[in-house]
Design a protein around this ligand. Structure first.
Ligand SMILES: Cc1cc2nc3c(=O)[nH]c(=O)nc-3n(C[C@H](O)[C@H](O)[C@H](O)COP(=O)(O)OP(=O)(O)OC[C@H]3O[C@@H](n4cnc5c(N)ncnc54)[C@H](O)[C@@H]3O)c2cc1C
Length: 344
């Protein structure tokens, strides 16, 4: 079967859907291809920030909101408080469904259960859940297909900088949102406890090169047990976080979100960067003269986060000193928690 769309977007994550909505609102013919049957579910702690996405989603999507953050280092424990929520939690399926509805209402076509198998310079070959293979021509192709992006590979862009996150979504309730900058366990990464409505996300994030997945999992289980959570019978889910940004515009082919490598290497925050780059790429497709300054700002912020990781990788003692210093600066309010976010 052969068909065509002006703009084909691979991936219905936050990046692809934000891009599709903006294009459709501007009367562009856009097709989003998503391999999952259900849009939304993704290995994620579901944290969104006040400066980022929090104020832009309907209130009923918010699971819990936290005006206080509890931050632990090897030597310190501090509480950061603000009048407004600093971070809130969100369910990725609920967010994905809401974004997919918004994109479809604007006029985008979103096909689920369809996997892109092959890419050429003017078409993609995709297979649906019935096994039917289609060739779909495009004028613009947007790679919004996540950290292991096929579009990125098609462009020949290698990915050297990758974070890895492991999440356990366990039943139960707890009160505080906690970040554990435990350098002995997680290097420049961290362990988290993020309460949702009826569940708790407990996980750890680290740099893939310094901390292989199996070791990260082992340490996460040990650390969680010390915090009173026995995760040994729970189901872990792990995924990569690409923070190797090398551009987003490649002629008629574009990269957004994790495919572009625009998540934070330090915190793993990637939902907001995906939405911002998705919208910016849509604006650039509509008007090639659009300056896309938001992507430049995001890349600059990401580079600052990368510098911390590079310094921390020099020696474990330096890593530990840096984390203590960071927590100390937060404690005496010389550093704002928002400085660690990807949004300005
Ligand atoms: C453990 C963990 C915890 C995290 N916690 C947070 C957090 O608390 N806050 C935060 O902001 N970020 C967090 N992140 C990062 C965040 O999940 C990602 O940065 C974000 O989802 C990126 O969005 P995206 O749209 O670029 O890609 P994705 O959300 O990965 O979407 C890509 C989509 O493309 C589809 N796809 C891929 N290949 C194909 C193909 N060949 N054909 C069709 N479809 C395809 C996939 O099925 C997927 O739906 C976390 C990551 C991990 C691993």
């Amino acid at each position: 079967m052969k068909s065509s769309a002006e703009i084909v977007i691979i991936g219905a994550g936050p990046g692809g859907l934000a891009c599709a909505k903006h294009l459709a609102e501007n009367n562009r013919r856009v097709l989003v291809i998503e391999r999952k049957q259900v849009i939304g579910p993704k290995v994620c702690a579901g944290g969104i920030t006040w400066s980022g996405l929090l104020r832009h989603v309907p209130e009923d999507l918010i699971e819990q909101a936290f005006p206080q953050q509890f931050i632990y280092s090897n030597l310190q424990k501090i509480k950061v408080s603000e009048p407004e929520p600093i971070v809130a939690t969100i369910n990725r399926e609920t967010l994905g469904q809401w974004m997919a509805r918004s994109a479809a209402d604007a006029g985008a076509t979103v096909e689920t259960g369809m996997t892109v198998l092959e890419i050429t310079r003017d078409s993609v070959i995709a297979k649906n859940s019935d096994g039917n293979v289609q060739t779909i021509g495009y004028t613009h192709l947007v790679g919004a297909d996540g950290s292991t992006s096929m579009v990125r590979r098609f462009l020949g862009i290698h990915t050297k900088r990758m974070g890895i996150g492991i999440n356990y979504q366990v039943s139960g309730k707890c009160k505080n949102m906690e970040w554990h900058l435990n350098t002995k366990m997680f290097g420049s990464g961290y362990g988290w406890i993020f309460p949702h409505r009826e569940t708790i996300s407990i996980g750890a994030y680290g740099d893939q090169h310094n901390l292989p997945a199996a070791e990260l999992k082992k340490r996460l289980l040990t650390w969680a047990a010390r915090r009173g959570y026995d995760l040994s019978h729970e189901q872990p889910r792990a995924a990569l976080v690409n923070y190797d940004f090398q551009g987003f515009s490649f002629g008629s082919i574009w990269l957004v979100g994790d495919a572009a490598g625009l998540a934070s290497g330090l915190t793993g925050e990637g939902i907001y960067p995906a939405i911002i780059t998705g919208e910016a790429v849509a604006k650039k497709i509509i008007d090639p003269a659009y300056p896309a300054v938001e992507i430049t700002a995001m890349a600059k912020k990401q580079l600052q986060h990368q510098r911390v990781i590079r310094l921390a990788a020099i020696h474990p003692l330096l890593c530990s000193l840096m984390m203590e210093w960071l927590v100390f600066l937060l404690r005496i309010k010389l550093l704002d928690f928002h400085a660690l976010e990807m949004a300005d």
